[in-house]
Structures are given as structure tokens and as C-alpha cells.
Write a protein that binds this ligand. Structure first.
Ligand code: 5GP
Length: 139
């Protein structure tokens, strides 16, 4: 499948759609998932127009993973959780719904299950408060 430059993450990268951003550098952007599976659910994407892991330039992928590491540490600290789960889906059969490569950062705590994937929309004021907690843990 060819990369569709009208996907929602491409629009966020171009500033055509809003996002609660937590971190940005030359290669990547991190922002809150608008339908979080758990409070603090954050996404990291490369700025490169890449559909999935198979099409990713390995150098850009390594820069993106460095951002995943930085943001995952900040999410862990900001949400005071004992565990962080990373998820990355490739293709509809794997559950991918947005076709721009992205990594899910999911705070995990014993006894608290994840909500359904890509379902209920979060309260925007709460998302901004969560983004601010993560930004504060990065700087
Ligand atoms: P996938 O299913 O492709 O692995 O994950 C896509 C993720 O993007 C889902 O967790 C979904 O909640 C999230 N998502 C979908 N639309 C938007 C949006 O407009 N803004 C943000 N921030 N996240 C979105």
C-alpha cells in the first residue's frame, strides 16, 4: 500500500490537525493518543512519511527509538507506574488503523487493564494536563 499523505498523523505533522504534543526533535514527534487505552497513552512517530516498520529507513528508525526511550521514561515518571508497555502494529491484520509508523507507550499497573484500542475519545483538558506532566518529566 502506498503512503497516504492525508492520514491523520501526517496532518498533525503538517499542523493541519491538533495534537497534545509532549516532545519533538528533528526526526520525531510525540503526542497524546486521543483515544487512550490507559491514562498517559502516548504515541511517537517519525517525521518521515513511513507507513510501517517494513518501510522505515533504519537510521530514522533508530532516531525514533531514541525518542521512544526518552518519552517512555518520562511517561513512567509522570504517571508513577511500575511498568511501561510498548506496542507497534503493522497492517490491518495486526490492528493498525493509522498508516503512518507509530509506537504506543502505555503505562501499566498491576490490576488495571487496557481500554479497547482506538475507541473512546478522551477529555481534551485532561489530555493537555497529562501532556504537561510528561513534558515536565522530560525537561
Ligand atoms: P494503530 O491502531 O494504528 O496502532 O494506532 C492508532 C492510534 O491512533 C490509536 O490508538 C488511536 O486512538 C490513535 N488516533 C486515531 N486518531 C487520532 C487523532 O486524531 N489524534 C491522536 N492523537 N490519536 C489518534
Amino acid at each position: 500500500m502506498a503512503y497516504d499523505s492525508d492520514n491523520i498523523f501526517a496532518k498533525i505533522l503538517r499542523g493541519e490537525a491538533p495534537a497534545f504534543k509532549v516532545f519533538e526533535d528533528e526526526y520525531s514527534l510525540a503526542f497524546m493518543d486521543v483515544m487512550p487505552q490507559v491514562p498517559g497513552h502516548t504515541l511517537v512517530i517519525p517525521k518521515d512519511p513511513t507507513e510501517d516498520i517494513f518501510n522505515a529507513d533504519p537510521v530514522i528508525l533508530s532516531h525514533t527509538m531514541a525518542t521512544v526511550q526518552t518519552v517512555a521514561a518520562a511517561v513512567k515518571q509522570a504517571f508513577e507506574v511500575p511498568g511501561i508497555m510498548l506496542a507497534q502494529l503493522n497492517g490491518p491484520a495486526a490492528g493498525q488503523t493509522v498508516f503512518h509508523l507509530h509506537f504506543h507507550i502505555l503505562p501499566r499497573t498491576d490490576g488495571i487493564d487496557l481500554q479497547m484500542h482506538a475507541r473512546g475519545m478522551a477529555d481534551f483538558a485532561e489530555l493537555e494536563a497529562h501532556a504537561e506532566r510528561i513534558r515536565a518529566a522530560i525537561t
